[in-house]
Design a protein around this ligand. Structure first.
Ligand code: UDP
Length: 414
């Protein structure tokens, strides 16, 4: 690599510069931002390209030297649900070309994120020589198995994902499970496993007692924590029901915090309203809390304060929340699905249980809450596992090696 090598991370619907936890912003936004910043530290000139979703948004946000977000106008400058963005993609490709002309750069490598961006990347590759690397973040072939309302865009998405796996230079699977899922789509193509990472300095810097003092939580409280988007596939209902079944209910100061989400009227807001109603119906309002979006700066405090962090997803390609909590020394109870089976070592750093099984979740959560020594052991091993395998710098180093290797090979224009 030369120090001036320009690369672009393309994330059409996941703006790396916006607040995480609101609306549709989640793991993909974090991944793109963190990978971008870590790659810049290693000497790459990184531009992160995304779609502008509000007229007041800055068109360019500088994060660090050599790392910026550029917002391109494609379609209306307003939030558009990801299932409705496809018609605006040709315009997005044209805007990338205009932007390159304006700044006098041609990206020699593009790393695309989610199927929408993979389409953009494949289209750009027809127009200029460039290497394409891709991370799916979510696979239609898996997702559509776990949802009842399949959107009209599904067939386009499935076909695009297959073409992407088969034809682009390198596809990154964030876990061996995701690689297997891709292999069920097609046996062709170059796939490599490189996990997501987390900030091992930010997460893990606060002792539990300090975190509880800051948040005003008593040392006696048995605190269960969830954070993430309010998407039905996150399985939050299973967690709420599990807490309802806990043997500690009514016997100890059991509290559940369900963090994340945005205002009513948005898709995640509706899911949150549904869950708040469920909590009311189950008579659990006194000990189940919905604090809304948790600011970046407070995440480490919440994880550290919790006795256990729960991820009840029906499908989870990777699950950044798992490694963030683990980095803070907090054990996890999670569904045995997708990437969670890779990040969490069952009985060592947390407990894996069947998805949608609220009784199994209740038992696993109680096992940790009722055994402080077991909790301690799991928590220490969890932090250790993250240090060894999941720091952003190590992830970016591995991506960097892939980029360098691909850039040294002759580029084939499609
Ligand atoms: N997050 C946050 N505040 C919130 C909710 C979520 O900062 O209120 C962050 C969380 O720390 C994590 C990301 O959003 O980094 C969620 O990523 P994950 O892979 O767990 O889920 P996804 O959103 O990709 O389904």
């Amino acid at each position: 690599m030369t120090a001036t090598q320009h690369i672009a991370l393309i994330s059409v619907h996941g703006d790396p510069a916006i607040e995480i936890g609101k609306e549709e912003a989640g793991g993909q936004n974090v991944y793109v931002r963190q990978v971008g910043e870590s790659l810049a530290k290693q000497g790459w000139q990184v531009t992160m390209l995304t779609r502008k979703t509000h007229p007041d948004q800055e068109p360019i946000v500088e994060h660090h030297d050599n790392c910026r977000t550029v917002r391109l106008t494609a379609g209306p400058e307003t939030f558009v649900h990801r299932d409705k963005i496809f018609p605006y993609l040709p315009e997005f490709v044209t805007q990338i070309q205009h932007f390159q002309q304006d700044v006098g750069i041609q990206y020699s490598l593009i790393h695309t994120n989610y199927w929408l961006s993979s389409w953009v990347g494949m289209e750009l590759k027809q127009r200029q020589p460039t290497v394409q690397v891709h991370t799916h973040h979510s696979l239609g072939s898996v997702k559509y198995r776990s949802v009842s309302d399949i959107p009209p865009i599904a067939s386009t998405r499935l076909a695009t994902e297959k073409r992407c796996i088969e034809t682009i230079d390198r596809v990154i699977a964030t876990s061996p499970q995701e690689m297997e899922d891709m292999r069920k789509v097609t046996s062709k193509g170059n796939i490599e496993v490189i996990p997501c990472g987390t900030d091992i300095h930010r997460f893990g810097s606060i002792p539990k007692t300090t975190a509880r003092q800051i948040l005003g939580i008593s040392p006696e409280t048995k605190l269960v924590f969830y954070v993430g988007r309010f998407d039905p596939r996150k399985g939050i209902e299973t967690l709420v029901r599990a807490i309802g079944h806990s043997q500690l209910r009514g016997k100890a100061d059991l509290q559940l915090i369900v963090g994340g989400g945005s205002r009513s009227g948005h898709k995640d807001g509706d899911e949150r309203d549904r869950l708040i109603a469920l909590v009311r119906d189950l008579g659990m309002e006194e000990f189940v809390h919905f604090p809304g979006r948790i600011a970046d700066g407070q995440m480490a405090e919440y994880y550290a304060a919790a006795d256990v962090c729960v991820l009840p997803s029906h499908y989870e390609p990777f699950g950044l929340v798992a490694i963030e909590a683990m980095a803070c020394g907090t054990p996890i109870v999670a569904s045995a699905v997708g990437g969670l089976q890779y990040t969490i070592a069952h009985e060592e750093t947390g407990l894996l249980v069947p998805p949608k099984d609220d009784i199994a979740f209740a038992e696993a959560i109680d096992r940790i809450l009722c055994n402080p020594e077991f909790r301690e052991e799991l928590g220490l091993a969890a932090r250790q596992r993250v240090l060894e395998q999941f720091s952003w710098d190590s992830v970016a180093e591995r991506l960097s090696r892939v980029y360098t290797q691909l850039l040294e090979e002759p580029v084939l224009q499609l």
